[in-house]
Write a protein that binds this ligand. Structure first.
Ligand code: SF4
Length: 328
């Protein structure tokens, strides 16, 4: 048993003052952190409970939306403005976990949840570079059906498990953080870092920084968006492949396209080149198939997850065709 203290913060300032180094951790709902502690992967000696803080969803003067980091996943998914203006976000959250977990889990915790690679959690029996840098990776050459094919490295092929973050990536959300040194804002598409040879480093957050809110830019007129998740069972399963997609079609041509992939990479994977290939073209199956091939052109597969390349291409095409059909 590891001794630890538990403290309840009364404000973000109070939480930051209580955070005194790497041995301290902010605790949201604990839907991932507590699992990590049970397995001995996370070993904080001081837990600073930030539940109850940052609970609001507020429309901004520029037409955007600010979502507090402590808002539950369910509250975001059910918010009337989110459902109307950011439908892919609502759908993505509802595709994640179970209703019970969504009721507990917070926005900040969802963003920071760690991979569900089974070797990562098998502390006693498996090698894992993310858990123990330099140890090796038993997923490479092991059972890797759920692992990544984009942005992976020779050190780690884990995927990021969040559905919500994929939709936040589509909408170019910005993560606001506070620390003793002030505040800063990080675009979610820059927030996560690829594993390369340091898979233990997963994002740009510095020790002692606290996520306080997420900003969604003002919605674009006539932008249609959705989220589709493919998984091994109908609920309570992580994505094999997911796609958050959006289109704006005007006068028979695509004038704006968005594609963000989940279940295939260590981070929400924006397919920027594929998006660019669609813009200016008619919204046809041929256009979307070409974009899907571009999106997966750099896929690096393992024997167990070769199927993901074709699956991701098919889901991209299906999502974009649905959006194009809705627009006509
Ligand atoms: Fe660890 Fe990454 Fe390998 Fe999984 S894929 S065992 S998380 S190094």
């Amino acid at each position: 048993m590891n001794p630890l203290t538990y403290e309840k913060a009364t404000s973000s300032t109070d939480a930051l003052e209580r955070h005194d180094g790497d041995a301290a951790k902010f605790l949201g709902a604990g839907t991932n952190l507590v699992d990590l502690m049970r397995e001995g992967i996370a070993t904080p000696t001081r837990l600073i409970d930030v539940t109850g803080l940052a609970q609001s969803i507020e429309e901004q003067s520029d037409g955007g939306l600010r979502i507090g980091a402590g808002v539950s996943n369910t509250a975001v998914a059910e918010d009337a403005t989110v459902r109307a203006q950011y439908p892919a976000l609502s759908r993505a959250i509802l595709a994640g976990a179970s209703a019970q977990i969504r009721n507990m889990a917070t926005v900040g915790g969802n963003i920071l949840q760690r991979t569900r690679c089974s070797y990562f959690y098998d502390v006693a029996g498996s090698r894992c570079n993310k858990r123990s840098p330099g140890e090796g990776c038993d997923a490479i050459g092991g059972f890797n059906r759920a692992h990544g094919i984009l942005g992976v490295s020779d050190s780690c092929i884990a995927t990021h498990p969040s559905d919500m973050a994929v939709a936040l990536s589509l909408y170019d959300a910005v993560i606001n953080v506070e620390s003793d040194e002030g505040t800063r804002s990080i675009p979610i598409n820059d927030f996560y870092v690829l594993p390369e040879d340091t898979p233990d480093i997963e994002n740009q957050l510095n020790p002692g920084e606290l996520i306080v809110s997420v900003d969604l830019p003002a919605p674009s007129a006539n932008r249609r968006a959705t989220y589709r998740k493919v998984r091994d069972r109908a609920s309570y399963a992580f994505a094999l492949v997911s796609v958050a997609g959006s289109l704006i079609i005007k006068d028979g041509l695509v004038v704006d396209a968005g594609i963000s992939l989940g279940g295939v990479a260590p981070k929400p994977w924006r397919a920027i080149e594929a998006e660019a290939a669609i813009v200016g073209s008619p919204p046809t199956e041929e256009t979307f198939r070409n974009a899907a091939q571009i999106a997966l052109a750099d896929a690096t597969t393992q024997p167990g997850n070769v199927f993901k390349t074709e699956l991701a291409q098919r889901v991209i095409v299906a999502v974009l065709q649905d959006l194009a059909g809705d627009a006509q």
